[in-house]
Design a protein around this ligand. Structure first.
Ligand code: HEC
Length: 425
């Protein structure tokens, strides 16, 4: 899996790392127009609304004209109740609420797909320059590499540290990949797993600490989980390694899905994410580390004011739960709030503000459905669960986020940038 990570802090300009992406192919195919929901549409709706939703006896569902209400809820209600006076019978009782929700997601996806070429034409760079509402910019390739890169951070001299899924940690200097650094931890390279996040300690220039997360599996085990270490880089070697977070093998899960993982330092604590590891029900289980945002001191100790310290059985590093797969984390530069991007199911990508002890609802509430087009749920809210600040239906396959803090693009100052895998946007 690839992540475009944005880092604006050090350079005062936006660096957009767009590395090669098998992801765009897989995501594109998975997310749009395949699976059960497509059949549901073709069997029940296409006769009137057209096989491409272009309209016929029924109206077009991709022209953005909504005679009976444009919100997700209103479209679901139209499908449920029909428009009997114009010949569309109610689908209530024929289709479940979950199926109707999946049809709404499908309609949104098809609408986006139909407008895609026009959008691409509109944003095409002219003479290498992208024109946007507030600033024009150029996309500059800073280096080239064959592997699947996950994350990057800047060293004080402006060179880049970057992680590769196979476990390699590289230094990128003046356009060249140098390394890999010898002696980095052994990773469990499985599915989306491998070497993940890299970040320098905020006081790196004093203490030299570099933090890494990776998927870990101990010998003889058939599963794994995200782990965090810190170490120093001296003469091309990884040395002084200390364990910051790792779990006993009884918490391992076997899938190669959803490891997280991002870091944010705040004061003397470190926030990091672990995805649900493809076991969505565990995101609600406080005795499990997966599907959570965690908070530890920068040396790995547990802060006493973490919300579930003292709750019997709960994992004491948990800061928030019900998080499917957080692939972006950043602090708002003015308010200090922790913001998160959550890679959702099909149609359910989210941006959340992460607060202490809060349940973000996965998989009980979500705007999405399964990648194969089968429904998960029709509910998007429930008491005791936080709703996202923003969500994408259809999904963009959201990954890294960053608040822009540089000076080069004043119109973007403190704006949140989000990257999307599905169309490398
Ligand atoms: C027998 C024909 C027929 C079938 C089958 C049918 N519809 Fe409709 N549908 C219509 C008509 C007619 C309208 C009303 C168009 C208008 O108001 O001009 C409509 C309206 C709608 C609207 C509201 C559009 C708007 O402008 O607000 C939606 C959404 C919709 N249908 C979805 C579906 C879905 C999803 C299915 C399948 C589960 C379906 N329809 C099956 C004929 C049909």
């Amino acid at each position: 899996m690839l992540v475009g990570k944005l880092n604006s802090r050090k350079q005062g300009i936006v660096w957009l790392a767009v590395f090669c992406a098998w992801a765009s192919v897989t995501y594109g195919q998975n997310r749009i127009g395949t699976g059960t929901v497509k059949k549901l549409y073709q069997n029940n709706c296409a006769s009137c609304h057209g096989s491409k939703l272009q309209g016929g006896e029924g109206s077009s569902l991709i022209d953005d004209v909504w005679r009976h209400g444009a919100s997700d809820e209103e479209i679901a209600a139209t499908i449920r109740n029909g428009v009997p006076e114009l010949g569309m019978l109610p689908w209530k009782g024929v289709l479940s609420d979950e199926e109707i929700r999946s049809l709404v997601i499908f309609i949104r996806e098809q609408k986006q797909l139909s407008g895609r070429q026009e959008l691409l034409d509109r944003v095409q760079p002219k003479g290498g320059v992208f024109k946007t509402e507030r600033h024009d910019f150029k996309l500059v390739k800073v280096a080239k590499h064959k592997g699947t890169l996950w994350s990057l951070d800047f060293l004080p001299d402006g060179s880049i540290l970057t992680t590769e899924r196979n476990g390699d940690l590289w230094v990128v200097k003046e356009g060249k990949f140098i390394g890999p650094i010898k002696g980095t931890p052994k990773v469990w390279q499985h599915g989306q797993g491998g070497l993940l996040e890299v970040a320098l300690h905020p006081k790196y220039e004093e203490n030299g600490w570099v933090y890494l997360s990776f998927s870990e599996s101990t010998k003889g085990e058939s599963g794994g989980m995200t782990a965090v270490v810190r170490g120093r880089i001296k003469k091309g070697r990884w040395v002084d390694q200390e364990e910051i977070f790792h779990v006993p093998a009884k918490f391992y899960t076997k899938t190669g899905a959803h490891f997280g993982s991002r870091f944010v330092f705040k004061d003397d604590t470190l926030f990091f994410s672990i995805g649900d590891r493809g076991r969505k029900e565990m995101a609600q289980d406080l005795t499990r580390p997966n599907g959570k945002i965690h908070r530890v001191y920068d040396d790995g100790r547990i802060p006493e004011d973490n919300p579930f310290v003292g709750v019997v059985g709960a994992y004491p590093s948990i800061w928030s739960f019900g998080n499917r797969n957080a692939q972006g984390l950043d602090l708002h530069p003015l308010t200090g709030e922790l913001w998160e991007s959550e890679h959702g199911p099909r149609g359910g990508d989210e941006i959340n503000k992460i607060q202490r002890g809060v349940n973000y609802g996965w998989p009980v509430i979500t705007y999405g459905m399964n990648y194969n087009g089968t429904p998960i749920t029709d509910i998007t809210e429930k008491e005791g669960m936080a709703r996202p600040v923003h969500y994408w239906t259809p999904s963009i396959a959201v990954c890294g986020i960053d608040f822009y803090e540089g000076d080069r693009f004043p119109g973007w100052k403190y704006d949140l940038f989000a990257t999307g895998l599905a169309s490398e946007e």
